[in-house]
Design a protein around this ligand. Sequence first.
Ligand SMILES: Nc1nc2c(ncn2[C@@H]2O[C@H](COP(=O)(O)OP(=O)(O)O)[C@@H](O)[C@H]2O)c(=O)[nH]1
Ligand SMILES: [Mg+2]
Length: 358
Amino acid sequence: MNFALFGYPKAGKTTLFNILTGARAEVTAYEDGKREPNEKVRPLPDARLDALGRIYPERRKVPAALDFVDLAGISYGEVKTSLFLNALRKADGLVHVARGFHNDQIPHAKPAINPRDDIRTMEEELLIADLGSVEVRLEKLDKDLKKAKSPEGETERAVLARLKAHLEEGRPLREFPFHEAEEKLVRSFAFLSQKPILHMINADETDAGRIKAVEDSLAPGRKGTLVLAFCGRIEREILEIEDESEKQVFLAEYGLTEMTPGRFFPAALDLMETIFFYTIGKDEVRAWPLKRHSPALRAAGAIHTDIEKGFIRAEVVPCDVLLGLGSLHDAKEKGAIRLEGREYVVQDGDVIYFRFSV
Ligand SMILES: Nc1nc2c(ncn2[C@@H]2O[C@H](COP(=O)(O)OP(=O)(O)O)[C@@H](O)[C@H]2O)c(=O)[nH]1
Ligand SMILES: [Mg+2]
């Protein structure tokens, strides 16, 4: 799963990247810094995987991996023409970092710090970028359809025309009521206003004690969007502290309850409607991300297309049941393992063994 950190210049994107991934990428106050993105994969902390791993200590634990890319700042009004559009399109989730801190030493393109405005303009800019893609494609389709008839072309044109009207009303594609076939048809556009977006407010230190209030005051409450706040400067300092209890003291002094990753990961995964299922193989115990409400067949396909093609059945036991009984062997003895078919809707925390034939 991958996340793109993006936003207007000097918002604290690289600071957040470091906080989330443990990287030590350069953070710059003045010059634009480097243009190439920072990238780092971070294994997702997973208490259930850890517990399963303790049953099978000799097997390798493989957590889900989150891939972060930290892009250089994009100036106001320039998202549509940005070099980073492709990086944004590739992301499963967008992480927009908005500046909420005041510091005269750090340049800002607008007269005031206004994260609410930045959220609004950034969402608007993503929408405009999508509108651009739709218009370009429609123009091309119009030309092609004049030259030669094509039922597929007509269908696509009709869908895009509806998307265009929707976007022109200023509504993101997250709020478009896609049917499955339509969704498939436009998937390759990788529309930005269709992606889940997490707005991360880099709040002022003076707001450290009221992070929740900042979040509540800015939450747009629209489908597929979420606002979280963090104090980049304070957390960066805390990261330098080695001693765990000293860290807690420092956090408490500022009125903070938790570091950002502990809040970011569950919130982001929930926003992206991602659950996890687990496999216990002879060499490894592994966590697999999956879109919520997916059938067992899709879970099988996430592991390998052969398992999907040759699917026979899924042997399922919820992780907490397995942990309670002690091991897969005990779960089998106690009859706790269910046999499920391809349509079975996978639940968060299911431990699954797929029977398949090649
Ligand atoms: N006062 C203050 N400065 C910050 C905060 N977060 C980042 N900065 C500073 O803002 C500048 C830009 O930060 P950076 O993370 O590189 O932002 P980016 O350009 O969005 O990647 C650096 O000088 C940081 O030290 C913050 O929460 N408070
Ligand atoms: Mg940066």
